[in-house]
Design a protein around this ligand. Structure first.
Ligand code: AGV
Ligand code: CA
Length: 319
């Protein structure tokens, strides 16, 4: 298959050393699955933030996914910090469903190690112990803010932070009593953490709703996983996506490939176009968690336009 060979050659790039902090939502797990499908990603550790998830389920689900991918050496740590604005419980319940999937329970207990340190401590220690690490965060920035507060020197050890969060020139996705709807949830859960991270010198590439709004999940994408079922990672990803079926009918809004786009574009940057934008975050009041463009002096590289077809192809190739 000359086409496949050429595609592989085009994508040849240096190994990326990634620390992944996720918050246990459905698309967080799919982001993990596609990372694991790429041999040029060296996953140095995972911490889980107890935000859009129940940590009791998110930790075993994470370890079982590592086992499924034959990456049982990757250590996992459970975050213990909470933001001020909790996620709805029925979203957080998705992690229990994922942890219970038969494809993740082919052996009796997970092998990938759960480290004794908290997620935030493990993140800090890992960054301190290494020269340069790329950081992928697909939930709130709480663990990184904590690590920076205690060890400001780690900022210079982070090659770049890739973050799913924020909403610049589009409506937010927070629909809570007392909030004006301008914020994205990962920023809203812990707004001071965003400020803390943006006050550091870490280079940031942000994937706000402006970008992720371009990758809603639709039926044809979900169905495209059917024929891939013989491939374990694709089978697991398709099964996770299937948990979101009926989201439009239930809520009036699609489920999006928020975190999966972020992980994919970290590995293949040309899936998006980017603009350096000065940004500020609102910390308190009815707009808390809102990210404002062309304001303040923190420059954030921001994904703007997405090659949605290229993204879907990228995800369907990951197996
Ligand atoms: O705001 C997007 C973030 C992403 O990191 N999360 C889901 C993704 O993991 C929060 C979120 C917004 N709307 C949601 C969310 C929904 N309808 N269901 C679950 N989580
Ligand atoms: Ca998430």
């Amino acid at each position: 298959m000359p086409d496949k060979r050429n595609a592989d050659m085009d994508n040849l790039q240096a190994v990326q050393h990634i620390f992944f902090d996720h918050d246990g939502g459905v698309d967080d797990f799919i982001a993990l699955l596609i990372l694991l499908a790429h041999d040029d990603v060296d996953l140095v550790g995972i911490s889980v933030t107890p935000a859009d998830t129940f940590i009791e389920a998110a930790i075993p689900a994470t370890r079982k996914i590592l086992d499924l991918a034959d990456r049982s050496a990757v250590p996992v740590a459970a975050g213990t910090l909470s933001g001020r604005n909790p996620f709805p419980d029925d979203w957080r319940m998705d992690s229990y469903k994922i942890d219970a999937l038969p494809i993740l329970n082919q052996r009796t207990s997970p092998i990938a190690p759960l480290v004794p340190q908290s997620g935030q401590q493990f993140l800090a220690e890992t960054l301190i112990g290494r020269d340069r690490t790329t950081l992928l965060m697909t939930g709130p920035l709480t663990n990184l803010a904590w690590a920076l507060e205690r060890h400001p020197g780690i900022a210079s050890r982070i090659e770049r932070l890739y973050w799913m969060g924020g909403a610049l020139d589009v409506p937010g996705n927070v629909q809570e009593e007392g909030h004006d709807g301008t914020a994205e949830w990962n920023a809203y859960w812990d707004p001071p953490a965003v400020t803390r991270v943006w006050d550091s010198s870490i280079p940031i590439t942000m994937f706000p709703l402006d970008a992720t709004d371009q990758v809603p999940l639709d039926d044809s994408f979900l169905r495209a996983f059917g024929p891939l079922y013989p491939h374990p990672l694709a089978a697991a990803a398709g099964t996770c996506w299937a948990l979101t079926a009926g989201h439009v009918e239930r809520t009036g809004l699609p489920y999006y490939a928020w975190d999966t786009l972020t992980a994919a574009a970290m590995m293949q940057p040309d899936l998006c176009t980017y603009r350096d934008i000065a940004c500020e975050v609102v910390v308190d009041g009815p707009s808390q968690g809102r990210t404002i463009a062309d304001s303040g002096d923190r420059i954030v590289t921001t994904a703007t336009d997405v090659d949605a077809d290229g993204f879907r192809r990228f995800v369907l190739r990951a197996r």
